[in-house]
Ligand binder design. Structure first.
Ligand SMILES: C[S@@+](CC[C@H](N)C(=O)[O-])C[C@H]1O[C@@H](n2cnc3c(N)ncnc32)[C@H](O)[C@@H]1O
Length: 155
């Protein structure tokens, strides 16, 4: 099983890439975490935001494969403890479908992406910026994996 973090984003500063890769590279070979970045279209003064979001949503969905599980990251989704995440990770692994974690752009997720969601996951009641969402996701996935594998990191 693979996990793909599919995110609408502009180029991230070095510290974000470093932070994300620090955790992503710790994932085991049989549970890799891959990052797919959908470029954020320029929001000019008269930009048709609805159209841009729809196009970005189509690009996000195009990065998934038929049969994949789609999990959307939403402030208003369900709050999971790290132990809950570990239980989901185990269930996902048993199901043997690839998992796509969808992170929206500045206006949130396109309706087309939200409509395909099988699980809506909230990291916090706070709206978090992209850099923190990305790093937090990678760290929590690694932490959940260490729980399942009784690795001392999670203590
Ligand atoms: C800067 S936020 C967009 C905020 C936008 N106003 C909204 O209501 O979704 C960009 C993306 O980060 C993710 N995100 C931000 N905070 C989050 C949280 N607390 N839990 C889950 N995902 C979050 C969501 O996928 C969101 O679409």
């Amino acid at each position: 099983m693979r996990i793909r973090l599919i995110s609408v984003a502009s180029r991230m500063p070095g510290w974000v890439e470093q932070g994300y890769h620090e955790y992503a590279k710790r994932m085991p070979a049989d549970l890799p975490l891959d990052l797919v970045e959908v470029p954020l279209a320029t929001r000019g003064k008269n930009a048709d935001i609805a159209r841009l979001m729809r196009r970005e949503g189509e690009q996000m969905l195009a990065a998934t494969q038929p049969g994949d599980r789609i999990v959307t990251l939403e402030v208003t989704g369900r709050s999971w403890s790290t132990e809950d995440l570990a239980a989901h990770l185990e269930a996902w692994r048993l199901e043997a479908r690839n998992v796509n974690l969808m992170v929206g752009g500045p206006e949130g997720l396109a309706a087309e992406v939200a409509a395909r969601s099988e699980q809506r996951w909230s990291l916090s009641a706070l709206t978090l910026p992209h850099p923190l969402v990305r790093i937090l996701l990678a760290e929590q996935l690694y932490r959940a994996w260490t729980i399942l594998n009784r690795h001392p990191y999670h203590k």
